[in-house]
Design a protein around this ligand. Structure first.
Ligand SMILES: [Zn+2]
Length: 62
């Protein structure tokens, strides 16, 4: 499974299924128009990072 696309086909790992985090991140992954040109943080799910796979610190949870 690819994990490096910008948005749209992210699936939470089984332990995160149906959590608020999974719903939030899933929404932003599926709706890049709501991401404000950012990508969702892998920790909190909010679109706070400029690039995926960079080691930026999230402004919310970092
Ligand atoms: Zn975060």
């Amino acid at each position: 499974m690819l994990h490096n696309r910008y948005c749209g086909d992210w699936q939470p790992s089984p332990r995160w299924q149906a959590t608020a985090y999974a719903k939030r991140r899933g929404f932003f992954e599926a709706h890049p128009e709501h991401c404000n040109n950012l990508v969702p943080c892998p920790a909190c799910g909010y679109p706070t990072l400029e690039r995926r796979n960079s080691y930026e610190v999230c402004s919310l949870c970092g």
